[in-house]
Design a protein around this ligand. Structure first.
Ligand code: ADP
Ligand code: ZN
Ligand code: ZN
Length: 665
């Protein structure tokens, strides 16, 4: 009798990375693909998942599988196929990709020979929200009807990929829910991915109101136990509508029919540790493997997605307007250079200040947005120019209104600003650059009668602060809210008739291939907060770059114009979708070590590159120093950058990020 073997993804190496090993299967033991097993590793017995059987002729003496875990497989065969694609495309260990598909703690809890635990079920708080569902039986709008007809045909056929392009409030979520119902009618489950920040109780409540107990919720804010229970309900088939963040893509549905990715442009869909997969690309691959239909939704899709839709690889579905047909707020661009010339040194331009005063006089509300917290972004000596840096990161400390110096990279803070320059002794210390706290001050003096709130990461440290701020605005007890991205998303307040962007350029100036795209998206999001009620609304964008296409297109609410200009720029520089990127990064305590290592690799890559890719760098990483380590990076850009890595293997000191969403890590 020939020896049977199992290829096993082993999660807990001896401190090393996850790996796959081949084990023998002893006589009388049954092992299935996807099953949890316990196997010997060095002197220990550890958990793993069998991912293939009888793959190779055993060479020499194999150790045997010690025991099988629970009776039924925990992974479906199509998931193992997806894991193989992830490992290949993103150049990570297969075992890392497999591990991403089982909930944390599952393998750890597996006991030899134990049966699947019967669960008391722990119910995530969100699932208990009850909500009635008045929209269920309403007629679809014309746009929704067309989208659903196309999605329905795909569900009945082999499965296509769609881009559902529509502004906030145009009815995308309603399309997702009706598409889910169509998939369930065909006996196939659905996965709906939402960015973590979009997973508000309101969104979850809509799905629960429509699909009840069939909804499983999977996101990182759940406890390990809650997550494991929800995951098991999917595995058991009791739940077949999965709503969750990135990793919910790996829910073990018996027959996936539909995968929705809402806000497909969100960088949070990219995992920033191994396996560095992008949930959109993985969703498309999962659709290819299983025949499921994939729907990507966004008001501001990435231009790569939009380009694929125009080229025909993805099918474009447009939802042109909001059901109530509310107009988008007319928006003025204010040139901050002219404010400086006119001697205005406050954070509010004259136009914004007047608009704010009028808004308050009329009893209406305003949102002011700035992407930087703190009071000032740099503390500087006026005599010698010395900037006070965080010693661990060597970036300038930000100054906070309570007198603390805070590093926005590592969080380190010092109690108070020295009253003299540590370098030259001068007492002429100055704070430069604007943060939300300074804007808050300026707003208070501009409209002293208004109640002003601030919402940023500092302000929400206290639990419930976010909800409390929303409630103060909703009830009309506060009139102005100053904040970071937190005010750009989910703040649906009919009383807000003015949105002011204090500095539209903070992201635009970053040296990143997605800087313009992120800027357009953020501006579109925050401007969309104005005029959601009957009173209409307006927007004001303050900028030093009033001619930039991202600023102009955002003010004009013109996605197509933005995409056109952005794609032209991307084409010129060979950036996605016209070229592919791979980001290689390394770090070490000694700067010289990092420099030598980076120079050596770049030289080898350049020598082997041929037509596959340009080798850019080495250069210090954007976060050139982090947690006391120096960091360097090299970027590969071209038609086949990953192929180059086949010829020049990079060592374990390097992280490999295929299709990075940012080069600023
Ligand atoms: P989006 O996801 O694009 O922001 P939603 O699906 O949340 O849009 O829809 C916006 C609002 O319009 C919601 O209050 C929703 O209940 C309502 N709505 C959506 N579709 C319809 C429809 N066909 N008829 C009436 N109201 C609708
Ligand atoms: Zn000095
Ligand atoms: Zn720091």
């Amino acid at each position: 009798m020939t020896l049977r073997t199992a290829e096993v993804a082993v999660f807990s190496g001896a401190g090393g990375p996850a790996r796959t090993f081949t084990y023998g299967i002893p006589d009388g033991m049954d092992v299935a693909v996807g099953q949890l097993v316990r196997i010997p590793l060095a002197a220990r017995t550890v958990a793993g998942v069998a991912i293939a059987l009888d793959v190779e002729e055993p060479a020499g003496q194999l150790r045997n599988v010690a025991a099988v875990g629970e009776a039924d497989p925990v992974l479906r065969p199509y998931q193992i196929e997806l894991a193989r694609w992830i490992a290949g495309h993103y150049r990570c260990a297969l075992a890392d990709a497999v591990r991403a598909m089982v909930p944390p703690g599952l393998a750890r809890r597996t006991r030899t020979g134990s049966k699947a635990r019967l669960v008391a079920r722990r119910i995530p708080g969100e699932l208990t929200v009850v909500d009635d569902d008045p929209v269920r039986d309403l007629d679809a709008t014309a746009g929704q009807g067309e989208a659903l007809a196309a999605i329905g045909a795909s569900l009945a056929g082999v499965g296509s990929v769609f881009l559902l392009h529509g502004i906030t409030g145009s009815g995308k979520t309603e399309v997702y829910m009706r598409a889910v119902a169509l998939s369930l009618e065909r006996g196939r489950g659905a996965i709906v991915l939402v960015p973590e920040i979009g997973l508000t109780p309101q969104v979850v409540a809509r799905f629960v109101a429509r699909f009840g107990e069939r909804v499983a919720l999977l996101h990182s804010a759940l406890s390990e136990g809650e997550r494991a229970d929800e995951w098991r309900r999917v595995l058991a088939g009791t739940a077949d509508v999965v709503v969750g963040s990135r990793s919910a893509l790996f829910a073990p549905l018996a027959r996936p029919g539909l995968i929705v990715v809402d806000e497909e442009q969100e960088p949070a869909y990219k995992q920033e540790s191994d396996p560095r997969y992008h949930a959109v690309d993985a969703a498309i691959e999962l659709g290819r493997i299983t025949g499921a239909t994939v729907v990507l939704g966004s008001a501001t899709p990435r231009v790569t997605t939009y380009h694929a839709a125009r080229e025909g690889a993805i099918r474009l579905l447009d939802l042109p307007e909001r059901p109530g047909d509310l107009p988008l707020p007319p928006t003025t661009i204010v040139d901050l250079r002219l404010e400086l010339k006119a001697g205005n040194r406050t954070t509010l331009s004259r136009a914004l200040r007047v608009a704010l005063e009028r808004t308050i006089e009329k009893g209406e509300q305003a949102i002011l947005y700035l992407n930087r917290r703190g009071y000032a972004t740099v503390v500087l000596c006026r005599d010698c120019g010395h900037v006070l840096p965080c010693p661990a990161c060597e970036i300038p400390y930000a100054f906070h209104a309570d007198g603390r110096l805070v590093c926005h990279r590592c969080g380190r803070s010092e109690a108070r600003v020295a009253d003299h320059c540590p370098k030259c002794g001068s007492v002429r210390i100055r704070q430069l650059g604007v943060g939300t706290q300074r804007v808050e001050d300026d707003v208070r003096s501009a409209v002293p009668k208004a109640r002003v709130l601030r919402l940023d990461r500092d302000a929400v440290r206290k639990k419930g602060a976010h909800a409390a701020a929303f409630e103060l605005m909703r009830s009309g007890r506060a009139q102005v809210i100053v904040g970071t991205q937190m005010v750009a998303k989910g703040f649906d307040l009919p009383g807000v008739t003015l949105v002011g962007v204090i500095n539209a350029d903070t992201v635009l100036n970053l040296p990143d291939h997605t800087a313009a795209e992120r800027t357009f998206e953020l501006l579109t999001q925050v401007l969309g907060r104005s005029g959601r009620g009957a009173g209409g609304g307006r927007g004001i964008l303050q900028t030093y770059l009033p001619e930039h296409y991202a600023i102009r297109a955002a003010a004009a609410h013109d996605y197509a114009a933005f995409a056109e200009a952005e794609l032209a720029t991307r084409r010129q520089f060979g950036l996605p979708p016209f070229g592919k990127l791979v980001l290689l990064q390394t770090s070490a305590k000694q700067e010289s070590t990092v420099e030598r290592r980076a120079a050596e690799l770049s030289r080898a890559l350049r020598a082997a590159a041929g037509q596959d890719a340009d080798v850019l760098g080495p250069a210090p990483a954007f976060a050139a120093k982090k947690a006391g380590s120096h960091r360097a990076q090299t970027v590969l850009r071209g038609p086949r950058p990953a192929a180059l890595l086949d010829r020049v293997p990079v060592g374990p000191q390097w992280s490999i990020d295929v299709d990075p969403v940012t080069l600023l890590g």
